[in-house]
Design a protein around this ligand. Structure first.
Ligand code: 26M
Length: 849
């Protein structure tokens, strides 16, 4: 059999061409004489997939033989982006495929653009999960990801009348060639109904638990597997995504009989569960369907994991020695009581032993300190949907609180603070508390974030379980975020270091610093940046500017400043656009003095790019987008400033757009109110690509500054401690007077300068849609400290202008930034998780690489 297979796998250009054409003919059933770009992409993808599957099957078989301790990464989001380039790079076969396609009349890079992003995530948390899968595979770790197969991914953003509009992202519409449908891997997940005691007859019959859950609804979970290739290794891991579907047994149940339409409606309800990714990343709305998603996900994954373990014949008491389960934020935290349910009701373990297994198995990562983002579920909602799970959570809480009372006798206010159940008009289940109590490790995602969690957010828990708390600073995969997205710089780096080893042994990057002053490297470095900028300019011309009758000229020598991430008040895109407007007003002042020249002398021209999505219900975030778009319209149409300042809001930000934007940046903005951004990960991607950072002392910025030297970045603003003090003063009623520069910008907006033609026609005057924003800025107590940090931000921007005017020093600095980023590879992060939290070792699959 092996020989038959090895003959099937093409190694030569001719053989690859034959395979691609075969897929066009027999898999796509298209005529080989009418291949369009999309079918060429699909056929290429199927051909690459064939090769992936060989590694994939070998890997899974090897894991089953060796039976190492395994890790399961549970995340309700994976922001994967595109797969083709990634798979070709991992298998190290881009060259031969490029050649094969060229002879067939296609450019490989054109085919990349045929692929729709898989956007099964909101932002940082989902992209982190995707980076960690890439690193786990590269490091040969025995890890699987579990997730949900949403029919609709992250919404598509359009800008209509200067405002965000959302459209459904039906990403599967043209087919998704990378997944393997497993109609035979199916689990039933129960919902609704009631719980009763097991009868003596049932117990005699072999029922192991004390309680029986009589559900009112049964949903099936079907597995879809996505191979995750390891870079230059035989290991190919699995991301198993669940899709919901109705169960046939359930149709036949008595209460549906004779009511055909009700039965169909019920089937619809089942299919709904994995329909759509919830597009909020900050304020969970507490919808029942979301809880259904979470439980459906947790239950299917846990059943699968337990079944795999049971097949080995080992004792469930040793489950935690062979399985580590990482919970990505609290979204999958209901997995903890679900494992308890399986161990108690299905396996008949006593409570104490089951609980010990749980705590030994689970670990929980926290990703946010924003109080409004911490998930809670109303007890009545959970009781109705998951009666047995709710009961188990109450039991967990009861046991836990009696421990607390023993440790801190008489301290009832502490008991109330740490309880998994928040008391009140309606009781709430605090998912973070459940995560902490049910895990042996709780980790933050950067050092400052870890300190905040221990000192503030989860202080009471830290006092109880100091050893549980730790942090693992986030990282990003250098494969996607340098090697693939920036071929220009990658070539220069490989050339300078004399080998491509840095792509796998990231510490090699440090050696770049030895060459930072080399004239030759500096010139190559500048050229690489220029090529990336040209690529971005081409992208902008064919998208943004396609229908612009009078587009601004885009100068690759200008400073490209990029601010791309979810739109949120704490990320302070508002502060940036206000700064841009100030820059505009100052340019106008200056132009009045030096009339008659094409561009304004002694000014560093800037191209400023924003992108990001606002949660559909987040009004203020949407106002901020509108402000950016209208400011861009005003500025880009002003003949006086247009050669010195151009502003874009790039619609529908996603992973593949990030891959174009990040390599082209000279500077990126990471300017969150200190103490609010848990880590940030795009900061790492930018610096890895040699872009500088204008940033606050927040999240991973602090560690980046430490690693490269803070004098190399443009750091500014209040630190986390100062932010607390300022807020305390505001709370005492001590408002600040707003800085003159900010006052000027706000007055400009209030003068009606940003109103659109339509708004003017409708008789709107003044600040218009920006009334609330202006008022908040004038209050002198704005919660996100935009006014407080404004002046030091302007100073940091001016420093950047001065530094950019010296290309030699700028480029040397840029080389040192890339050279200092080894620590922020997700290879390093995942190694830390493996060593310190999961206690798993690599399990390299033997064979030829
Ligand atoms: C919750 C309930 C309902 C719907 C959506 C959610 C939800 C989804 C995503 C809430 C939060 C979500 O993501 C939070 C997030 O992305 N946090 C970011 O995590 C990154 C990786 O650790 C960090 O780098 C960022 O600082 C942090 O903001």
């Amino acid at each position: 059999l092996w020989e038959i297979l090895s003959e099937y796998q093409p190694r030569t250009v001719e053989a690859i061409q034959k395979q691609i054409v075969t897929h066009i003919e027999y898999t796509l059933a298209r005529s080989r004489f009418t291949i369009d770009h999309h079918s060429a992409y699909m056929a290429t993808a199927y051909s690459v997939r064939d090769r992936l599957l060989e590694y994939f099957n070998d890997t899974q078989q090897y894991f089953n033989e060796v039976f190492p301790k395994r890790v399961y990464y549970l995340s309700i989001e994976y922001l994967l982006g595109r797969t083709l380039a990634n798979a070709l790079t991992s298998l190290n076969i881009s060259g031969v495929y490029r050649e094969s396609l060229r002879e067939l009349g296609f450019v490989l890079e054109d085919l990349y653009n045929q692929e729709q992003d898989a956007a099964l995530g909101n932002g940082g948390l989902g992209r982190l999960a995707a980076c960690y899968l890439d690193s786990a595979a590269a490091l040969d770790l025995p890890l699987w990801g579990y997730g949900l197969r949403y029919n609709y991914g992250m919404f598509t953003q359009s800008i209509i009348e200067e405002k965000q509009s959302e459209f459904p992202d039906f990403w599967l519409s043209r087919g998704f060639p990378w997944e393997i449908e497993r109609l035979d891997v199916v689990y039933a997940v129960n919902m609704y109904g009631f719980v009763r005691k097991a009868t003596p007859a049932e117990l005699e019959d072999g029922y192991k638990g004390k309680f029986v859950w009589e559900p009112d609804m049964e949903v099936l979970a079907v597995a879809y597997d996505l191979p995750i290739p390891g870079y230059k290794t035989n290991t190919t891991l699995n991301l198993r995504l669940w899709q919901s579907k109705p169960s046939h047994d359930f149709d036949l149940m008595s209460f549906n009989r004779g009511n055909y339409t009700a039965a169909i409606a019920l089937r619809q309800e089942c299919e709904n569960i994995t329909s759509v990714l919830y597009p909020d990343d900050s304020t969970p709305q507490g919808r029942e369907l979301r809880l259904k998603q979470q439980y459906f996900f947790a239950s299917a994954s846990l059943q699968d994991i337990v079944r795999r373990y049971r097949k080995s014949g080992r004792s469930l008491l040793e489950f935690g020695q062979y399985n580590a389960i990482q919970i990505n934020d609290t979204h999958p935290a209901v997995a903890i009581p679900e494992l308890m349910r399986i161990l108690l009701d299905e396996e008949g373990l006593p409570w104490g032993e089951a609980w010990a297994v749980c705590v030994q198995t689970f670990a929980y990562t926290n990703h946010t300190v924003l109080p409004e983002a911490l998930e809670t579920w109303p007890v009545p909602v959970m009781e109705k949907l998951l009666p047995r799970i709710m009961q188990i959570i109450f039991d967990i809480n009861c046991t836990f609180l009696s421990c607390v009372r023993k440790r801190f006798p008489g301290d009832e206010s502490r008991v109330e603070r740490v309880s998994i159940i928040a008391e009140g008009h309606t009781q709430l289940v605090r998912m973070a508390h459940l995560g902490i109590v049910g895990s042996h490790a709780v980790n933050a995602v950067a050092r400052l974030h870890g300190e905040i969690i221990q000192d503030r957010l989860f202080r009471d828990f830290y006092e109880m379980f100091p050893k549980r708390f730790t942090y693992v600073t986030n990282g990003v995969t250098p494969r996607r975020w340098l090697l693939e997205c920036n071929p220009y710089l990658s070539h220069v780096i490989t050339d300078t270091l004399g080998s491509e080893d840095w792509t796998k042994d990231i510490e090699q990057l440090c050696r770049l610093k030895d060459h930072a002053t080399s004239r030759k490297l500096q010139q190559q470095w500048l050229m690489a940046k220029r090529l990336a900028k040209e690529r971005l300019i081409l992208f902008l011309k064919t998208t943004q500017l396609k229908d612009d009758p009078n587009p601004p000229t885009l100068d690759p020598n200008a400073m490209f400043v990029v601010h791309i991430k979810r739109i949120h008040e704490y990320k302070r895109q508002l502060m940036n656009i206000l700064q841009v407007l100030l820059r505009y007003l100052r340019l106008k002042d200056y132009a009045e003095l030096v009339t008659g020249t094409e561009s304004i002398p002694h000014v560093v021209p800037r191209v400023i790019i924003f992108a990001g999505k606002a949660a559909p219900a987040y009004t203020r975030a949407k106002e901020i987008i509108q402000l950016i778009v209208s400011a861009a319209r005003l500025i880009n149409n002003d003949p006086v400033t247009r050669n010195s300042l151009v502003v874009f809001f790039v619609a529908d930000y996603n992973v593949s757009k990030a891959e174009i934007l990040i390599p082209a940046a000279d500077i990126s903005e990471h300017i969150s109110t200190a103490g609010m951004e848990a880590s940030g990960t795009s900061n790492m991607k930018f610096a890895l690509n040699g872009a500088n950072i204008i940033g606050t002392y927040d999240g991973a910025n602090i560690e980046i500054a430490e690693e490269v030297g803070k004098e190399k970045l443009f750091m500014f603003g209040a630190n986390a401690k100062e932010v607390e003090d300022v807020r305390a003063a505001y709370a005492r009623g001590e408002a600040e007077t707003i800085p003159t520069d900010l006052d000027r910008v706000i007055s400009f907006i209030e003068s009606g300068a940003l109103l659109s033609k339509e708004e003017r026609a409708r008789g709107i005057t003044g600040a218009g849609a920006y009334r609330a924003i202006c008022d908040e800025m004038r209050s002198g107590t704005d919660y996100w400290l935009v006014a407080h940090d404004f002046q030091s931000y302007i100073k940091a921007q001016a420093q950047a202008d001065r530094a950019f005017a010296n290309p030699k020093a700028w480029t040397e600095n840029s080389i040192n930034l890339t050279g200092g980023m080894a620590h922020f590879s997700s290879d390093r992060s995942v190694k830390e998780y493996a060593d310190r939290i999961w206690k798993v070792k690599p399990c390299p699959v033997p064979g030829q690489t």
